[in-house]
Write a new protein. Sequence first.
Lengths: 141, 72
Amino acid sequence: MHPPSKTQYNVEFPTDADLHGRLTRLLAKRKVDMPSVVTTHVGDRTLVQFLAPKNDALREDIKKLGVAVREELIFQFEMPNHHWELHKLAKTLATEGINILSLYSQVQGEQMRIVLAVDQPANAMALIEKLGFDPDYAIYD
Amino acid sequence: MQRTTEARYNIVVKNRPGELAKLTKLLSDAGMNVSGLRIANLGDKSSIQFVAPKDTGRKHGLRRTGAKPSLG
């Protein structure tokens, strides 16, 4: 098991192109190395999520834009890309009352790589290991 | 020109344990693999986006869950 290599920043704000632009410019100016960035709109709210090395100064600069920032501990694992495996994972987490905070997947041939943040990371890691997968806090680009 | 055979579906559900399991059960019962999955939480709501064969929604009752194909 490796120590966490990256943190997931979640930046939430009312949907506003100017605010979104200022956030993007800040990240570019700081030359933040992001292997992944995702934008989601739900109703009138926007959520920008990105993976990056932990940086308290960056977090403070983002807060100064007037947006909400939170960090999540993420881990990744690979599993066969079969619908029953995905359902087994979702059902196991649900049965234990573990809430998924964020998830993304990448299909690589027969395998699906999952990057996951949950409200009970230690419990989830143990359950995922029991399912036969090998979760790790190190996130590979 | 090649026909697009997959669509991206969006669902907004309550942000609580078990909502993804409801969707994966439906997909699993239908024998459907997804080629992409993304979940993001915004307050008390959770956005689930997934990529699946284009006719998944019509054939397998996904629309009853509120899933809509999207270009976004």
